[in-house]
Design a protein around this ligand. Structure first.
Ligand code: SAM
Length: 291
């Protein structure tokens, strides 16, 4: 077990990146609760939001705000606190800080300054959704939020269309339908999709089906809540033909009774080859008979 640095003993404090619940308040580790109680200061994305968690668990550590609009300036203040030898925990509104949330800049600044950074792992919507999706989990790519503008969204999807790994996106409820439509347009209606809504909450929903079925499910009523959309891997490009031109000619000759010219025409079409090339190949097969 990792022993935690005792506050104030080291020359500098420790920055803890603490994961908090993505809905259900019980989804927090014992270690996270202890760290949140022991540090000097907790930097939270939205202090009002985090107070609910704090009051649920009787945590009275001072809170300060650190969000995308003040991360640069606030980062310097937090760094000063850490350099004085006091430890700080960074939390976001939900899940793991830095994952589609503030934290990255502060982390880099602390690493530059030689401050120890310790992760306190816990929930993240991307892993929670992927784990129950039923889509391949051995290889996946997390794309965060797609662009809000249609053209940019279509372009990004087009770049991902042939992706052979499972794709994971975060999406806002009011954009879900438009995004599913764009996904169907670019990736085809038969691509497998999963919509994970309100994970760990009272109205948790896991929709699994094709994009066509997802469009049917989510076009009827206004969609609410927090959403992760996953796409299955692109179907692999058609495999190389397993038989040669001559083998195909002979097989079709056995199966159909077509004349040599008809066989040549059919095989040329199947293989995407010029007719005269296939005809030349057929000349070494006397069993095909006359023209
Ligand atoms: N840092 C968070 C994490 O580790 O998952 C993500 C923060 S990001 C600003 C918020 C987005 O995460 C939501 O818009 C939604 O796409 C996804 N999300 C968060 N909680 C969720 C939940 N309970 N169910 C489904 N998606 C969720």
């Amino acid at each position: 077990m990792r022993s935690e640095p005792v506050e104030g003993v080291g020359a500098t404090g420790v920055l803890y990146l603490v994961s908090t619940p993505i809905g259900n308040l019980e989804d927090i580790t014992l270690r996270a609760l202890r760290i949140l109680k022991e540090v000097s200061l907790v930097a939270a994305e939205d202090t009002r939001h985090s107070r609910k968690l704090f009051s649920h668990y009787g945590i009275s550590t001072p809170l300060t705000s650190c969000h995308q609009h003040n991360e640069a300036g606030k980062g310097e203040q937090l760094l000063a606190t850490l350099l004085e030898g006091r430890s700080v925990a960074l939390i976001s509104d939900a899940g793991t800080p830095g994952i589609a949330d503030p934290g990255y800049r502060l982390l880099c600044r602390c690493l530059e300054a030689g401050i120890e950074v310790v992760p306190i792992p816990g929930p993240s919507a991307v892993i929670t959704a992927l784990s129950v999706s039923g889509l391949p989990t051995d290889r996946f790519t997390f794309e965060g939020f797609l662009p809000a503008k249609k053209q940019a969204r279509l372009a990004q999807l087009a770049a991902l269309q042939q992706e052979s790994r499972t794709l994971v996106f975060y999406e806002a409820p009011h954009r879900l339908l438009a995004t599913l439509k764009d996904m169907a347009e670019v990736c085809g209606e038969s691509r497998l999709a999963v919509v994970a809504r309100e994970l760990t909450k009272m109205h948790e929903e896991l929709f699994r089906g094709t994009l066509a079925e997802a469009l049917e499910r989510f076009s009827s009523a206004r969609v609410r809540g927090e959403i992760v959309v996953l796409l299955g891997p692109a179907p692999s490009i058609e495999e190389e033909p397993t038989e040669t031109v001559q083998e195909a000619l002979l097989r079709l000759h056995r199966e159909t009774g077509l004349t040599r010219r008809q066989l040549v025409k059919r095989v040329a079409k199947d293989f995407g080859l010029p007719g005269d090339e296939v005809y030349r190949e057929s000349l070494s097969l006397p069993e095909l008979g006359k023209d």
